[in-house]
Design a protein around this ligand. Sequence first.
Ligand SMILES: NC(=O)c1ccc[n+]([C@@H]2O[C@H](COP(=O)([O-])OP(=O)(O)OC[C@H]3O[C@@H](n4cnc5c(N)ncnc54)[C@H](O)[C@@H]3O)[C@@H](O)[C@H]2O)c1
Length: 248
Amino acid sequence: MSSTEERVAIVTGASQGLGYAIAAKLVQEGKKVAFVSLGLDSVKAEFERETGEGRVIFCEMDVSDNAAIARCVEDVTRSWGRIDILVNNAGIRTETAIEEIGPEEWNRIMAVNLGGTFFFSQAVVPVMKEQKWGRIINMSSFGGQFGPLTSSAAYSASKAGQIALAKVFARTLAEYGITVNAIAPAAIRTPEMDKIPADALAGMVRTIPVGRVGEAAEVAELVSYLVSDYGGFVTGATMDINGGRLMR
Ligand SMILES: NC(=O)c1ccc[n+]([C@@H]2O[C@H](COP(=O)([O-])OP(=O)(O)OC[C@H]3O[C@@H](n4cnc5c(N)ncnc54)[C@H](O)[C@@H]3O)[C@@H](O)[C@H]2O)c1
């Protein structure tokens, strides 16, 4: 590999929000990017030119579907011959109270947030090992560190699990030039946040020492660093990006 510009990335949950910002940033850096998500129509239209140039592909799929993961990984390796970067960002969040979480909700959250992260990582590891280079990022959450009252126990447990997976993978794969890290954001602006009433949003901002919400572009910059050659000495870490809401 002569230059980082030729790197191949897979970003899950890339149709909107953080995943979209991360995937778009990696495309802008000249990387080849597979956008993985449900509901990719608007993104497909936006990246039509890059698709035509063979620099973007789409895996429209559910990350809890192992057969779809295998097809996507096969598609990427057939198209570009390698996989350098995996960003496990796809996720769903609920706010259901402890007494009300049923097995269906529990299993769905675990299958998407934690199972999707584990099985996608498992599928790319052989390729990265062979290359002796790889970068895996698990998009965890403040919820997995702090146990906030605003997210369900299932969500917080799945996000804590992603941090544990990053450590296990990091320790196991360090000798192959593969780094694995978790990112723990809180209060990053997304379309969902725009629906929160102004007074509720102001109340939330009062809990953030820097006095504002974060931007998806700020998370994308952090990912850009972690997946670069310069990120090679950071592994098994959980990077907080939360405006100081949690300091540890
Ligand atoms: N925005 C924040 O402040 C914040 C804070 C903490 C953690 N996070 C984490 O960051 C990640 C992205 O959050 P966001 O705010 O951008 O969310 P979002 O809801 O805006 O986007 C989620 C993305 O995941 C995709 N997705 C959902 N279920 C999927 C499935 N089963 N298969 C494939 N794709 C699926 C959606 O299509 C979408 O592209 C999540 O894992 C979330 O837990 C976000």
